[in-house]
Design a protein around this ligand. Structure first.
Ligand SMILES: NC(=O)c1ccc[n+]([C@@H]2O[C@H](COP(=O)([O-])OP(=O)(O)OC[C@H]3O[C@@H](n4cnc5c(N)ncnc54)[C@H](OP(=O)(O)O)[C@@H]3O)[C@@H](O)[C@H]2O)c1
Length: 356
């Protein structure tokens, strides 16, 4: 039985919290909330469960660290407030509490992450004899577990393309994803933050480097591209409202080049209506989304991976699966040697800890 703290109750955090409460091998011992309206409320209430847990949310970091928990599931926003989030993670790691996280997506492949992030976390792990593991569905699963599974079936591989093709219309994340991706921006407006050269490569480039390592190739460069599609008619969806002549679809990629050819491509196509960007890739018929791996080689391989559908929308299922990716890894992270872990540092069967 592992004593676990849930750090944040946003989109991913609420799902992680429900999993922790439900699992017999995990004991919830603490919950962090930043919003004053959440502080003092029972964990069950914060994730929509009926039976109180007796664990109430707090913003007292020191008190949470002092619990001496085995692991923190850290799902607080980090990319937009890196200094504070880094200090919060380091406090747990220094105290000997492992951290599994969906935050700081740059750490999905720690081998290619920047020193400003790695160095303090590594020092904290050393001091506390603790471990940190960051993952999610994308970046994460699609560019590591799924892609590595496809490559394991290839006798030879010349090129690998990873795609997330998702209709984000009903993704309730307008304030973050909506703004960062620039949905709703006029065609002639200043581009969204994510369109800044280098940002896409910094987030998805880790998967490019991981796959280059798996394929045993040296890349000449990793770069990114960004395209937008503007809608001729207004769109009103859960994600945001889009006026005519504003952005309703984006296509972007981190690409690893060798001899002038993009040999590893990690691409997103995200639209807000099926009618948007008709020339770009679509998921298979009847699906709102897909995580896809295409290997050009001998033999050619294609894996289309779907979460949810039916009663649970595929975008919401992606949020649930992002939480599951790290909650299911707690036992493996606890068993691992101290340090900053990537998926290749964990046993391939770690998802075997998923509870029914
Ligand atoms: N790799 C993937 O596939 C994937 C997918 C989805 C998300 N993510 C990552 O997971 C993280 C969470 O995403 P999300 O969609 O759940 O975000 P979200 O719904 O916006 O939730 C963000 C959470 O951050 C907390 N927070 C904000 N300011 C804070 C502060 N100063 N101190 C502590 N906590 C603070 C909020 O706490 P309150 O609720 O108390 O205000 C909120 O619960 C992000 O880093 C995101 O990039 C990764």
């Amino acid at each position: 039985m592992y004593r676990v703290i849930q750090f944040s109750t946003g989109n991913v955090g609420r799902e992680a919290l429900r999993m922790i409460i439900a699992r017999p091998d995990l004991e919830l011992v603490g919950v962090h909330a930043a919003s004053p309206a959440k502080i003092g409320r029972d964990a069950a209430e914060l994730c929509g469960l009926g039976e109180p847990t007796g664990i109430t949310a707090t913003d007292d970091l020191d008190a949470l660290v002092a619990l001496g928990a085995d692991c923190v599931v850290f799902t607080a926003q980090a990319e937009t407030r890196p200094d504070e989030a880094l200090a919060q993670m380091c406090a747990f790691l220094r105290a000997g509490t492992d951290v599994v996280a969906t935050s700081f997506v740059w750490l999905v492949n720690p081998r290619s992450a920047d020193a400003w992030l790695l160095d303090p976390l590594r020092e904290a792990c050393e001091e506390g004899g603790s471990s940190l593991y960051v993952n999610g569905i994308d970046p994460g699963y699609s560019g590591d577990t799924l892609a590595l599974a496809a490559l394991s079936l290839a006798g030879s591989a010349d090129r690998v393309v990873i795609q997330e093709v998702f209709d984000y219309a009903d993704y309730d994340d307008g304030e973050f994803t909506g703004v960062q991706f620039g949905f709703g921006l006029p065609a002639d407006a200043e581009p969204a933050l994510m369109a800044t050269p280098g940002i896409v490569a910094s987030i998805w480039g880790g998967s490019v480097h991981l796959l280059a390592e798996a394929m045993g190739i040296t890349l000449d460069s990793v770069s990114d591209r960004w395209e937008t599609w503007v809608t001729p008619t207004p769109i009103d969806c859960v994600m945001t409202k889009v006026e005519a002549n504003c952005v309703a679809a984006v296509r972007f990629a981190a690409e690893g080049f060798r001899d002038g050819r993009a040999v590893i491509v990690v691409e997103h196509v995200n639209r807000l209506t099926p009618a948007a960007a008709p020339d770009w890739a679509y998921p298979p018929e009847g699906r709102d989304g897909v995580h896809r791996v295409l290997v050009e080689g001998h033999p050619g391989i294609e894996i289309n991976s779907h979460v949810g559908g039916g009663e649970i929308s595929e975008t919401f299922a992606g949020v649930v699966s992002t939480a599951a990716r790290v909650v299911n890894a707690i036992a493996a992270v606890r068993a691992a040697d101290p340090g900053i872990l990537g998926v290749v540092d964990l046993p391939a069967g770690y998802a075997g800890r998923v509870m029914s």
